[in-house]
Design a protein around this ligand. Structure first.
Ligand SMILES: *Cc1c(COP(=O)(O)O)cnc(C)c1O
Length: 360
């Protein structure tokens, strides 16, 4: 840190992304990317868009993508704003809807970036603990009188609220925005996008990173009332009007158009998740009932940290969150069936070695 850095930023703790190591080939089950390639239609669209087109700025209004997304979700284009990853959309929303004094409310076990952005924006976080079984109780969000963000399904717990539960939170405080981060909704939860028509205080955020194989393209969407979307555009056009590049716009439109590939790949993930969950339970793991593309699992004896590190030595990366409530848990991205077999084989080897060491 230089002596020129402003003091507020010295105190702000940046996000630690899941590692992307380059020392050897790993089975990567640590950042919830899709194990499948983008749709062939996306690859064709990228070829057609062509590197030559990069000479020109992209469309600042992202009309092609906004219209395609509106059609996909049954919304009007004024109810949609694309962003450079859903991270950018979420950050714009915090900038637009959280006052300094009022801060932002979110769960104790949830997506780490919410706390990081509070640091960057100087917002006071209000932490609302999940229940002991990691479920989120809508009543816990009543009476807060401030903007709230809920990842639904939540990460890393994998658990989701129903739209009826979300509605109770929306109704209880119509004067503050509820940001619903639906990064994982395509893997088995019910989306709250239809509620947008009835609640002016609901902003739904989705991403192309998890269920549409485009984590590297950086693309997310804000979906909500036209007035909320206009507020987000005010932030966007005050920061970076050309926030989405031409190739990403083309890839996003093509991904939305190929509904068959979208459905096929997310179904494959759900099937593999069910099989892997059963295999882990047979090995003594505790698991939450995940409706995402990852499993939140606690190994026998709760020795998650040790297991994550032993798996890394065997070339399998999973995610460990070093916080008191998650110390006995690990997050495993659902990969291909072959990757899951390799994971289970590595776990079996590690357990067999441990038994040997303990003399059992
Ligand atoms: C992955 C993830 C995001 C960020 O997604 P990008 O679109 O890649 O920026 C946001 N929220 C949650 C809960 C996530 O897991």
């Amino acid at each position: 840190m230089s002596r020129f850095l402003v003091p507020e930023l010295a105190a702000c703790q940046p996000y630690t992304p899941g590692e992307q190591p380059r020392d050897r080939r790993y089975i990567k089950l640590n950042t919830n990317e899709s194990p499948y390639p983008p749709s062939p239609a996306v690859c064709r669209a990228l070829e057609q868009a062509g590197a030559e087109s990069l000479r020109l700025y992209p469309d600042p209004e992202c009309r092609s993508l906004t219209e395609a997304a509106a059609a996909f979700y049954g919304l009007r284009p004024e109810q949609v704003m694309p962003g450079n990853g859903s991270d950018e959309v979420l950050f714009f929303a915090l900038r637009a809807f959280c006052g300094r004094e009022q801060g932002l409310a979110f769960a104790d076990v949830t997506y780490g970036c919410y706390a990081v952005w509070c640091g960057l924006l100087g917002l006071v976080p209000r932490i609302v603990p999940l229940r002991p079984d990691f479920t989120l109780e809508p009543e816990d969000y009543f009476g807060l009188g401030q903007t709230r963000v809920i990842a639904n399904p939540n990460a890393p717990t994998g658990l989701a609220l129903t739209p009826a539960q979300v509605e109770r939170i929306l109704q209880e405080d119509p004067d503050h925005v509820l940001i619903l981060d639906e990064a994982y909704v395509d893997f088995g939860a019910e989306s709250c996008v239809p509620l947008i028509h009835r609640y002016k205080n609901l902003l739904v955020v989705q991403t192309f990173s998890k269920s549409r194989q485009l984590a590297g393209a950086r693309l997310g969407l804000a979906l909500g009332d036209p007035e909320l979307i206009a507020d987000l555009n005010r932030v966007k056009f005050s920061l970076n009007p050309y926030n989405i590049n031409r190739l990403t716009l083309a890839a996003g439109c093509a991904a939305l158009a190929d509904r068959e590939y979208f459905d096929r790949t997310r179904r494959a993930i759900i099937r593999t998740r069910t099989e892997t969950a059963a295999a882990l339970r047979r090995r003594g793991f505790a698991l939450t009932d995940s409706c995402t593309n990852f499993l939140f699992a606690s190994p026998p004896g709760g020795r998650a940290r040790e297991l994550c590190s032993a798996l890394r030595d065997k070339g399998v990366l999973v995610r460990y969150f070093d916080a008191p409530r998650t110390a006995r848990w690990m997050r495993i991205t659902v990969g291909t069936p072959q990757e899951m077999e390799a994971l289970l084989a590595a776990i079996d080897e590690i357990f067999a070695q441990e038994d040997g060491v303990c003399g059992k």
